[in-house]
Design a protein around this ligand. Structure first.
Ligand code: SAM
Length: 273
């Protein structure tokens, strides 16, 4: 009988955030595949888990996935963990899950914490629909393009972000998405946990005043307001966005994008040309 692949969620900071079932599975598995064996060792030591570990990370997953699939086919059960939270969520594991499925190996998720959902739950932003977008591209142009592609999304947006890029990203959000509610959740479940709420500009101003921004950050952005009608006069659509809080230039850009017009064409219509 082949073994089972367990995809096990682990804490995102506070080591108490692990389920009884996850601890049992980690003890009973034949092998634990870890993103970083030294990082996972801290968790294993805390719970007296002596299962052997093997590294499985973005630089070796292409070779490791078939090797681990072969071990499961031979009867060994493997628990996959990442450094924090749910494996595969902006973390390695996809290839291993695919390899297991292709080999008809049973895959079971052992659920637990994930920074995206923890941040969403505490954010105060609508939870009926959300779009998890992972990490934005590091280069400014690509980051703005990625944000533009999400501008019309009628769902709370969730991003992971590195602390050293946070101020730039907040600026890009303000410029691209306008003055929507933004929540910055930093160091969730840890000693220095902090949640800031405001527009991107307000959150940015609070953070910019600090000497340094450290720790792990999840950013959330409130969903797009209902768009103004796409068929009425351009002037009304621009005025509606300004009423919703957008700067004039941003309102013109947004109306141009929605109607497939250039900014110049929107200006001309506003001037009655
Ligand atoms: N698989 C993980 C999960 O389920 O949350 C995410 C892994 S991803 C490589 C790491 C990113 O998640 C960090 O850069 C940060 O954006 C976010 N993150 C992880 N822990 C966090 C925490 N305690 N507070 C806020 N964000 C966190």
């Amino acid at each position: 009988m082949p073994g089972i692949l367990y995809v096990v969620a682990t804490p995102i900071g506070n080591l108490e955030d692990i389920t009884y079932r996850a601890v049992r599975i980690l003890k009973e598995a034949g092998l634990i595949a870890c993103e970083d064996t030294r990082q996972t060792r801290k968790l294993l030591d805390r719970y007296g888990i002596h299962t052997p570990t093997i590294s499985y990370h973005e630089h070796n997953e292409a070779e490791r996935a078939p090797e681990l699939a072969a071990r499961m086919l031979a009867g060994e059960s493997i628990a996959l963990v990442s450094d924090a939270g749910v494996p595969l969520i902006s973390d390695p594991g996809y290839r291993l899950v695919r390899a297991a499925i292709e080999n008809e190996i049973r895959v079971e998720a052992i659920p637990g914490p994930s920074a995206a959902l923890a941040a969403l739950a505490a954010s105060g932003l609508p939870t009926d629909a959300f779009h998890f977008a992972g990490f934005l591209p590091p280069k400014t142009g690509q980051r703005v393009k990625a944000l533009e592609a999400l501008a019309e999304e009628r769902a709370t947006l969730i991003f992971y972000e590195a602390p050293h890029r946070l101020l730039d990203t907040l600026e890009a959000i303000e410029q691209t998405l306008g003055p929507r509610p933004v929540v910055m959740a930093r160091e969730l479940t840890k000693i220095h946990e902090e949640i800031l709420r405001g527009t991107a500009a307000e959150v940015r101003a609070q953070l910019a005043a600090r000497e340094a921004i450290k720790g792990e950050v999840t950013l959330l952005v409130g969903k797009a307001e209902a768009p103004p009608p796409d068929d009425g006069p351009v002037e009304e659509a621009v005025e509606e966005l300004i009423r919703q809080g957008a700067a004039r230039m941003d309102a013109i850009k947004a109306v141009a994008r929605r109607r497939g017009l250039s900014k110049r064409e929107v200006y001309d219509q506003l001037l009655g040309k």
